[in-house]
Write a protein that binds this ligand. Sequence first.
Ligand code: PLP
Length: 228
Amino acid sequence: MTIADNIRHIREGIAAAARRSGRSPEAIRLMAVTKRVDDARIREALRAGVEIVGENYVQEAKRKQEALGKSDPWHLIGHLQTNKAKVAVQLFDMIHSVDRWELAAELDRRARAAGRTLEVLIEVNVAGEKTKSGVPLAQAPDLIRAVAPLPNLAIQGLMTMPPWFDDPEEARPYFRALRELRDRIDAEALPRVEMGELSMGMTGDYAVAIEEGATIVRIGRGIFGERQ
Ligand SMILES: *Cc1c(COP(=O)(O)O)cnc(C)c1O
């Protein structure tokens, strides 16, 4: 299977899951997650067509963009240290991992200095796992209300990474909880807060995530094979 074959296969899976849940496949964007993937294989994926490049690490993204250029949107999906906010603002079109006030305030400051508005998602740790980033579910509404007025950030929705399960059905309640949070926030109609995006679902569980409302699925192994 080539990378183009893998992408075709995932697209079919996206379309099937969308159909099952009465959604349009066009409402779901495919992100290629490129952590630890070499430049030649990323180039293949870009040629075969993905909507978004997703990176976990700021330094890795910087090096890759220098090698590959940047014709597609690049999104940061990994944990972001506040002291890397400045570089992140230079490299990424959207940041999925905003999970605390200090980081949001620093990104806003750096985006203002760069003369741009930065699109962000609020990362929610739905299961409350100690080892994972993300704002706890119960604190997410307060964080969103606090971040919303920052003039150079534009909240576009929510992101989550559920606990790891062999059976993707077991991830469903976490995806559903994120969608329900999205609906509650949306109902508040906070100024400057968009809730259009739900970034959820990876290689093992993207079909379930789409059934629960995902608009961006983040696929690494399903496109590039197992990581080294
Ligand atoms: C690595 C990673 C993915 C992709 O996982 P796969 O199982 O390889 O599809 C998605 N989201 C995040 C945040 C990741 O770190």
